[in-house]
Design a protein around this ligand. Structure first.
Ligand SMILES: [Zn+2]
Length: 376
């Protein structure tokens, strides 16, 4: 089963972690490994595409109950099966049942991974695989594992050669951002909207009536423009000021629909007050304030989506750079330094995202961000 004569199926020179080339082909892991998983087509495509040339750590991001276990077991089969995830051998079925000797699924005794459990994880990570050419270590929900974060981080920064980590998380609080930045993120779709991508705006805006139409398309436009900045910073003569103006203009345009609706609400209020001959300045003031808060919330959500898209650009760079290293174990000085730059860029973007609430001067904040990104 693991004879030297076997062709290692995952060592392809082609890189594709985006899932763009996810036609069913002989080289991709069998789709049957993910039988029964509903509504996670994008995650499955990414995992299958990535199995050929895996990075050393993955983070499955999503609320519990969205097939996390099925996804990590299917992916483990793709990584551990000698035929690259054929879907019908003993090793595939052991992975799917969670009984493959090189698949370790950590179970935390408490709500979060303890420091002792993290150390145990490190010891397992150092182990030589028993049967397969690598081992898979699953760490469920790291969202609140603050105490274990430093130990976890150290392992992820100096990954043992033959271990691939699959972490899961429902949220990434500030304390876990650095850990998350070491992983290739795979975002899971929550069940309630299994066929559309979940964006921060989708979450924030769900309670606001009448704004959902077109919000998804607007988010996509903002995200595309913001994502393009990483390339343009490096290659074009665009100035930082003009890039920031363009980024904020995209957000303003996305907010137009909400502003128009708010305008209609105010006009309607005034008309009713005048019809009844009963002006109500207190209620009017409350309405204006509510609109103001709503607009601010939506604005921050759009900016967050933009920052997320920008961060993904660097995460993809990081994944490509890590892909160069995994399996060959080689790392040139240049690759190492590019990896450090990508990580630093991701951290800088996350910092900006958290500063956003406290510092409403978006323009200055974004200019400072782009200056830093250009310098890294
Ligand atoms: Zn198999």
């Amino acid at each position: 089963m693991t004879d030297a004569g076997e062709q290692p199926p995952s060592l392809s020179t082609e890189e594709d972690v985006t899932g763009a080339n996810n036609e069913i082909g002989a080289e991709l892991p069998s789709l049957s490994l993910f039988d029964g998983v509903v509504g996670q087509d994008k995650a499955i495509a990414m995992l299958r595409a990535s199995a050929r040339n895996p990075v050393h750590a993955y983070l499955l991001m999503g609320q519990p109950g969205n097939y996390q276990k099925e996804l990590w077991r299917g992916f483990a089969a793709a990584l551990l099966c000698p035929d690259g995830g054929c879907g019908h051998c003993e090793w595939c079925s052991r992975c799917l049942r969670g009984t493959h000797p090189d698949l370790t699924e950590m179970e935390s005794t408490g709500a979060a991974l303890s420091v002792e459990e993290a150390h145990q994880l490190v010891r397992i990570a150092q182990r030589t695989p028993l049967i397969a050419k690598r081992q898979v270590l699953v760490v469920p929900d790291i969202s609140e594992s603050y105490l274990a974060a430093p130990v976890l981080l150290k392992t992820l920064e100096e990954p043992p050669g033959k271990t691939i980590f699959l972490l899961t998380a429902s949220t990434i609080p500030q304390e876990m951002v650095t850990v998350a930045s070491r992983c290739l993120k795979i975002e899971l779709v929550t069940n309630r909207s299994a066929h559309t991508p979940v964006t921060p705006v989708d979450n924030v805006g769900s309670s606001i009536a009448g704004t959902s139409q077109g919000a998804e398309g607007d988010t996509q436009i903002v995200m595309n423009i913001w994502a393009s900045v990483s390339n343009r910073l490096a290659t074009t003569g665009s100035t930082i000021t003009s890039l920031v103006d363009e980024m904020l203009l995209a957000v303003d345009s996305a907010l137009d629909e909400i502003k128009e609706r708010q305008d209609r609400e105010i006009k309607g209020f005034d008309r009713r007050a005048s019809d009844m001959g009963m002006p109500n300045p207190t209620m009017r003031k409350q309405l204006v304030e509510r609109h103001h808060r709503e607009l601010r919330k939506e604005r921050v959500a759009y900016i967050r989506s933009g920052l997320l898209a920008l961060s993904r650009e660097y995460e993809n760079q990081l994944a490509r750079l890590n892909g160069v290293n995994v399996d060959t174990g080689m790392s040139t000085h240049a690759t190492q330094s590019a990896i450090r730059s990508a990580i630093q860029s991701i951290e800088t973007i996350h910092e900006t995202s958290t500063q956003l609430v406290r510092n409403p001067n978006e323009k200055l904040l974004l200019q400072a961000l782009l200056i830093k990104l250009a310098d890294i």
